[in-house]
Design a protein around this ligand. Structure first.
Ligand SMILES: Nc1ncnc2c1ncn2[C@@H]1O[C@H](COP(=O)(O)OP(=O)(O)O)[C@@H](O)[C@H]1O
Ligand SMILES: [Mg+2]
Length: 143
């Protein structure tokens, strides 16, 4: 069960929790684990801005931010004796996570319930909500 697990991180405390849960499940099922971070245009809520509109300077700042989040994840996952892949993608986070999971045949996606947005008690974050509704595979939302 769960041969390929995709954990998504935006660097938030919720994502840190999701990373630990994903790693524990991967350990239990000897799964291949991938950590994905998606960077996007600061005004890209509706997916209107591609890399071209961003310009090279802004892109390299975003890329640095994304790589820092990946680096933190790597650090956190050091204690696990697992085969782990790290991926940095550009685009709308929810859609990109869903597409990446489908294209690469993941069978579980793990996300935090929230991220850096305002936490409302009964509502999921926008990314976790989107992944939950559109993923082709099981989704674990870590609270
Ligand atoms: N840019 C991103 N890249 C990868 N994963 C993300 C990204 N943004 C959010 N996530 C994942 O989705 C979870 C929920 O975040 P999100 O839905 O953005 O909540 P909020 O609306 O509070 O920011 C995070 O804990 C993380 O697992
Ligand atoms: Mg967010």
């Amino acid at each position: 069960m769960y041969k390929k697990i995709l954990v998504a991180s935006d660097g938030s405390s919720y994502a840190r929790k999701a990373i630990n849960v994903g790693a524990e499940i991967a350990k239990r099922f000897k799964s291949e684990l991938t950590l994905i971070t998606v960077i996007q245009h600061p005004m890209n809520t509706f997916g209107l801005f591609g890399v071209e509109e961003l310009g090279p300077e802004a892109y390299s700042i975003l890329k640095k931010k994304g790589n820092d989040i990946i680096k933190e994840g790597k650090e956190q996952l050091k204690v696990y004796d697992l085969s782990i892949h790290y991926v940095l993608e550009y685009g709308n986070p929810g859609d990109t996570i869903v597409q990446y999971a489908k294209k690469n045949n993941f069978d579980l996606i793990v996300v935090g319930s929230h991220g850096y947005g305002e936490v409302t008690a009964h509502m999921l974050g926008s990314v976790s909500d989107r992944v939950n509704h559109h993923a082709h595979c099981s989704v674990l939302i870590v609270r």
